[in-house]
Design a protein around this ligand. Sequence first.
Ligand SMILES: [Ca+2]
Length: 457
Amino acid sequence: MEVTALPPPAWVRDAVFYQIFPDRFHNGDLGNDPPGTRPWEERPTHRSFSGGDLAGVLEKLPYLVDLGVTTLYLTPIFAASTNHRYDTENYFRVDPALGGNQVLQELVSALHERGMRIVLDGVLNHCGTGHPFFQDVAQRGRSSPYWDWFQIHGDRPRAGPPPNYACWAGHPQLPEWNHAHPLVREYLLSVVRHWIGHGGIDGWRLDTVEYLPPDFVRDVYRTAKEAHPEAYVLGEVMGLATSWFRHRALDGVMHYKLREGLVRFLAEGAWDAPRFARYLHGLWASYPREANYACYTLLGSHDVPRFLTLCGGDARRVALGAAFLFAYPGAPAIYYGDEIGLEGGEDPDCRRTFPWDERAWKRDLQETLRTLARLRREEAALRQGDVRWHYAERRALAFLRELPEVEVLFALNAGSEESAVPLPPGDPWADPLTGERLSGRLPLAPLGFRYLKRRCR
Ligand SMILES: [Ca+2]
């Protein structure tokens, strides 16, 4: 089959993602901490390092397995000069402060042994000024063989302001690659190929896709699928991604548009359920069906304030948001720390270190997330089923996930008063968590949610 005609990999529908910002998750090796590493408890700044690394991720795998996570998404891990590492200096070398290539191989092996997967951050729009090719251009000017690999106006790159070369969002430390140059493309595609083939990773999350030429993104997609037909190609697309799917350039996107609706409905309370449902219907219709199932659905990431913070610290609303994502098509993602109630505003505050002192955890929220992941694992309808809307009135909504043999109903009440949803008629429904049997009406507590199921005849 032509790689461009492949459906998104089937495993994505079954995935529960966990996003890790490696400098902030867990410090498993104090010996590789970069100079000036701050104490773990300290609030991060734009420039500070906290010392987290891949040994830390490896050490906490049992924690992630227990939570119900199946797939890791790591923000950039290759050699760079900043804590976020979006300024790549060497695409083939895991940053020594994260443990180097060997630890990544150990992590990949440990994940695969457990039937888990890993997706890395592909930063292919730009590099860092410390990248040797940009350094060569800075030193040799037009006589550098890499001169045309960038887009420089003048005889030497100058950081400005304003910079005299193309750079991401005007940041002079992030010079953009010249994707019109065939050797640049081949170089970047060799990165894509290397880490899927030799490195054994299971997919790429492509950074800042909206800045990349669409035909290059298609080349990345094709290269990834040729290296591994089950590779997942996920795009960071903040707006509507319709055209990316039309051109078969991505399997799915980080579903920030869905998150926007959840923020309005659950965090801000600005929308009622009918408005939220109409918004979701519009989003659903904008993407091919299979893409809706292959999106990475999220409450938060390293680029937006924590959902708990947007909810004014009310963990029940985070639980509602998570319950919605675990019931809805797409692969639900947990941003590290969201499960134990970590707070944080705009970057860098949303990138705080994970507090491993359990006294700081919201245990109820964590237990809810663990239960949601278990339900999703046990109920195939939640992963594979068709979605059919059933109810949206005032602050309450309900929809069904349907397979030929079983249907699951999900209902939530975002209001501060008791509510109830009329149940679809026919056989009684059962709560898979408590065994309780219901028919007629489903009462919903304030800021409560329920899952019900029944066999189809
Ligand atoms: Ca370390």
